[in-house]
Design a protein around this ligand. Structure first.
Ligand code: PEP
Ligand code: MN
Length: 275
């Protein structure tokens, strides 16, 4: 792997990223919530339900990267306020996307983890700024990124001084059109072979189909992922974005049970270091 000084190295102790007391990379973490924050009522309702089903963190986009400028772009600052309220009520740490370096301060004010979306994985200006912040970064794999591209993006953040990076596989573009993307589960053990950072999987964007989220979560857990990021909505068909791939809170609760069963078979612990 070319250019890797900090995130590579076979045999290096695995990094555990501390997020509000959760040890990502040692404890399996489940991050769940809507694609987008749509209202306070919607977000609080989903936050309560995913928490009681066993989620460890809440996700939800306030700033949404959409294909068309005419699609719902997120509630912006109001969305951040709602996420803060959801965190206050449920105690769940919040993961939300930062799309623009100019938003880092206000997003950090509400978020425990800053998400870099697939489309921004090679926004090197943003990555350099995130190297300077005191927040863990969830770095999604670019939809056209090789493992080397992805790890070099992580290297930008690490080399700025921020060692708290969590990698997230979310599917890549292939010739297949039945699924929105092709979830590349082989990248999980591959990334772990050459890099010590935690790797989680997002089967929601990875498949684009609610019916495929459950089996891909089980497969990700079996493949050695350190966690999952799952889109959950009380009324997926009425969601403001990503209607086809969001699962209901009831389906999410069943999923957590089944993932726990897989983990009891496959989880093992490695030597770790804390970042
Ligand atoms: C998201 O998680 O809200 C998102 C937009 O994902 P991605 O960047 O993977 O498309
Ligand atoms: Mn989405």
């Amino acid at each position: 792997m070319r250019g890797l000084k900090l995130c590579g190295g076979p045999g290096a102790p695995r990094t555990v990223v501390n997020v509000a007391g959760l040890a990502v990379g040692r404890d399996f973490v489940i991050i769940a919530g809507p694609c987008a924050v749509e209202s306070e009522e919607q977000t609080l309702r989903i936050a309560r339900l995913v928490k009681s089903a066993g989620a460890h963190m809440l996700r939800g986009g306030a700033f949404k990267p959409r294909l068309s400028p005419y699609d719902f772009q997120g509630l912006g600052d109001e969305g951040l306020r709602i996420l803060k309220a959801a965190k206050q009520e449920t105690g769940l740490p919040v993961v939300t996307e930062v799309m623009d370096a100019r938003h880092i301060e206000k997003v950090s004010d509400c978020a425990d983890v800053l998400q870099v979306g697939s489309r921004n994985m090679q926004n090197f200006t943003l990555l350099k700024e995130l190297g300077l912040v005191d927040r863990p970064i969830l770095l999604k794999r670019g939809m056209n990124a090789t493992l080397e591209d992805w790890l070099n993006a992580a290297e930008y953040i690490l080399s700025g001084g921020n060692g708290r990076v969590i990698l997230c596989e979310r599917g890549i573009r292939t010739f297949e059109t039945y699924t929105r993307n092709t979830l590349d589960l082989s990248i999980v053990p591959a990334a772990k072979e050459v890099c010590h950072l935690p790797v989680i999987v997002d089967p929601s964007h990875g498949t684009g189909r609610a019916s495929l989220v459950h089996p891909m979560c089980l497969a990700a857990a079996a493949a050695g992922a350190d966690g999952l990021l799952i889109e959950v909505h009380s009324h997926p068909s009425r969601a403001a974005s990503d209607r086809e791939q969001q699962i209901t809170p009831e389906a999410f609760a069943g999923l957590v049970q089944d993932v726990t069963g897989i983990l009891s078979v496959v989880r093992r612990s490695d030597p770790v270091r804390t970042a």
